[in-house]
Design a protein around this ligand. Structure first.
Ligand code: NAP
Length: 320
C-alpha cells in the first residue's frame, strides 16, 4: 500500500546496511545506472568499522590502514557514482509488493528492489553479570575500548579469528591478555594463531568459559569454569588496578529480525539465498554476513553485494 507516500521518490534499489556488502552493492548498482539509496543505522562499515587492521582484503596494502578507513573509502566510492546515503533505523518492512517500503524512525523509503545487507553483530558471552558490566569492564570492540584498559589485566572470551586477532591488538594497551577458550585448540587461522603464540603478553585458559562477571560498579572479578572438570576459579583484579577487562568475541548473530517471517531463513536466522543472492521473495536480495554461507569475510561480503547488484541491473525494467 502506497498511502501518503504518493509523491515520494521511488528508488530503483534500496540497500539496508552500509557494510562491505551493502556498499559494494551500492557501487555496482549505481554504476549500472540505477538510482540507489543506502540506509544505515549507525556508522558505515558494519563489523569492520571496529576492526583495527584488515590484512586479507585484496589490494589492502596501505600500512596501518584500519577497517574504518577501508569502509570510508568504500562509501566515498559508492557516493561518487551517485548512491545516496541516509542514516535511519528501520522499524518495519513491507516487501511483498511492487514498490517496497522500509519504514524508519525518520522517514519511509520506497524502492522497486531491496538488498538486505544488515550483517551480524556480536553474540553475548553468556556469563552471569554480562548486562551489568557492559561499558564498565565488558566490551565487544577492542578498537573502540582497548585504551580504557591501559596497564590492566584483560581477558578475551573466544578462540576464532576475531578473538585471537583482537587479543593481539589489546596487548598494545593491557599489561597481560588471557584468552579464555572453551576447547584446547583455537579455531583461528594458523597465521593469526602464530602471532598470539609468539606474543609474550598473551596466555591461555584452555577448556574454559567465563561463568560470571562481578564487581562493585566496575568489573573486578571473573569466575572461570573448566568445562571438562567443572572446576570454578575466581580471578580477582589486582587491588592496585581496581578493575579488569573482559572482551567477548564468541561469534556473531545475524541482524535479520526485521525480516523474520518475510524471507526464508535457517534456524539461526541467517537468510537463505540462491547463488545470485535472491531471497525467497521476488525482487528482494540479501548479501554479506546476514545470509547462509560458509565463509564470512570482507571479500566475500563485497562479492555478494556485487553479484546482487549485477543481477538486479540485468533484471530491472523501468516504468514506461
Ligand atoms: P567464529 O569464527 O564463529 O568463532 C567464534 C569462537 O567463539 C569460536 O572459537 C567458538 O568456539 C567460540 N564460542 C562460540 N560460542 C561460545 C560460547 N557460548 N562460549 C564460549 N565460546 C564460544 O567467530 P569470529 O571469530 O567472530 O569470526 C566470525 C567470522 O568473521 C569468521 O568467518 C571469521 O573467519 C571472520 N573474521 C575474519 C577475520 C580475519 O580473517 N582476519 C577476523 C575476524 C573475523 P569453538 O571454536 O569451540 O566453536
Amino acid at each position: 500500500m502506497m498511502s501518503m507516500e504518493e509523491n515520494k521518490k521511488i528508488y530503483d534499489v534500496m540497500i539496508l546496511g552500509a557494510g562491505p556488502a551493502g556498499l559494494t552493492a551500492a557501487l555496482y548498482a549505481a554504476r549500472g545506472g540505477l538510482s540507489v539509496l543506502v540506509i544505515e543505522k549507525g556508522i558505515d562499515g558494519g563489523q569492520i568499522a571496529a576492526t583495527d587492521k584488515v590484512e586479507n582484503y585484496p589490494g589492502q596494502v596501505l600500512e596501518g590502514e584500519s577497517g574504518e578507513s577501508l569502509s570510508k573509502r568504500m562509501a566515498l566510492q559508492a557516493e561518487r557514482f551517485g548512491a545516496v546515503k541516509v542514516q535511519d533505523v528501520i522499524a518495519e518492512a513491507s516487501l511483498d509488493q511492487e514498490v517496497k517500503e522500509l519504514r524508519g524512525q525518520k522517514e519511509t523509503y520506497l524502492a522497486r528492489y531491496v538488498i538486505l545487507a544488515m550483517g551480524a553483530s556480536a553474540r553475548p558471552i553468556g556469563c552471569k553479570g554480562e548486562e551489568r558490566f557492559k561499558g564498565s569492564g565488558i566490551s565487544y570492540c577492542a578498537t573502540c575500548d582497548g585504551n580504557f584498559f591501559t596497564g590492566l589485566d584483560v581477558y578475551v572470551a573466544g578462540g576464532g579469528d576475531a578473538a585471537v586477532e583482537e587479543a593481539v591488538f589489546l596487548t598494545r594497551f593491557a599489561r597481560k591478555v588471557t584468552i579464555v577458550h572453551r576447547r584446547n585448540q583455537l579455531r583461528a587461522a594458523k597465521s593469526i594463531q602464530e602471532k598470539a603464540f609468539q606474543n609474550p603478553k598473551i596466555s591461555f585458559l584452555w577448556d574454559s568459559v567465563v561463568e560470571e562477571a562481578y564487581g562493585e560498579g566496575v568489573l573486578q572479578g571473573l569466575v572461570i569454569r573448566n568445562v571438562k572438570t567443572g572446576e570454578l576459579t575466581r580471578i580477582e583484579a589486582d587491588p592496585a588496578d581496581g578493575m579488569l577487562g573482559l572482551f567477548g568475541f564468541v561469534g556473531n548473530i545475524p541482524s535479520s529480525a526485521l525480516v523474520k517471517g518475510i524471507v526464508d531463513m535457517d534456524e539461526k536466522g541467517y537468510i537463505q539465498t540462491d547463488e545470485d543472492m535472491r531471497t525467497s521473495l521476488k525482487e528482494v536480495y540479501a548479501a554479506g554476513d546476514i545470509r547462509v554461507k560458509n565463509v564470512r569475510q570482507v571479500v566475500t561480503a563485497a562479492a555478494d553485494g556485487a553479484v546482487a547488484a549485477v543481477h538486479i541491473s540485468a533484471e530491472y525494467q523501468p516504468y514506461v
